[in-house]
Design a protein around this ligand. Structure first.
Ligand SMILES: CC(C)(COP(=O)(O)OP(=O)(O)OC[C@H]1O[C@@H](n2cnc3c(N)ncnc32)[C@H](O)[C@@H]1OP(=O)(O)O)[C@@H](O)C(=O)NCCC(=O)NCCS
Length: 176
């Protein structure tokens, strides 16, 4: 069956989405329960939206994001790192990719690239920012290929064991 990318009512499908994230990113049941509340709260933010990748009736990937708001927790954590590099202008007029995950059984078929380009194509902002674990992962390779560049490295989020890189790209994202 074909992979279909389209708008996702994320609050209505939060458990399916978190089941994808749990296996793609490695979340335990306690982390899923915490993320569930965070996702539902995020989706009430102005301009928040989500897209899903489905095969038949099955959700196999999703992305969500929103216009950045400097008062949001994520933005307050990354702001000092970006300010120290002179990059904090990236926090204004920017569309944040909050989560992007594709089920491992469906990776490497273009779903991740299609999800992030589709959601950012709907953004009115001239740029996009995100954070990714600071290692040379498939996610970082995808983001680099779309034009995201490192704005800060070794960024520490409270309670996250591993450092993150903050990345930014002009919109629309670069096409292959
Ligand atoms: C990152 C992720 C969403 C990509 O989804 P995907 O559907 O596999 O991605 P695509 O098939 O669209 O691949 C796009 C690009 O990703 C990169 N990529 C994908 N798999 C890769 C791998 N195993 N090694 C290196 N790069 C890889 C390549 O740059 C690829 O571009 P190409 O097809 O032109 O070579 C997916 O790997 C994933 O869910 N990872 C685990 C969760 C995660 O890390 N999420 C991001 C949190 S910041």
């Amino acid at each position: 069956m074909d992979l279909v990318i389209g708008p996702l009512d994320l609050p209505a499908h939060v458990d399916e989405a978190l089941a994808v994230q749990a296996v793609a990113f490695g979340l335990g049941p306690d982390e899923v329960a915490v993320r569930r509340q965070i996702v539902l709260r995020h989706m009430t933010s102005p301009g928040a939206r989500a897209y899903g990748a489905t095969v038949g009736e099955r959700l196999v990937g999703f992305v969500y994001g929103m216009p950045n708001d400097r008062s949001h927790w994520w933005s307050t954590v990354v702001e000092p790192y970006l300010r120290s590099n002179g990059n904090d202008v990236w926090l204004d007029d920017s569309f944040v990719i909050t989560e992007l995950h594709v089920h491992p059984a469906h990776q490497n078929r273009g779903a991740g690239r299609a999800l992030i380009t589709t959601i950012t194509d709907t953004a009115a902002q001239p740029r996009s920012i995100l954070s990714a674990i600071d290692t040379e992962s498939p996610a970082r390779a995808l983001y680099h290929s779309l034009g995201y560049q490192d704005l800060a490295r070794r960024v520490l989020f409270p309670s996250a064991p591993r450092p993150y890189a903050v990345m930014g790209a002009p919109l629309p994202l670069r096409r292959a």
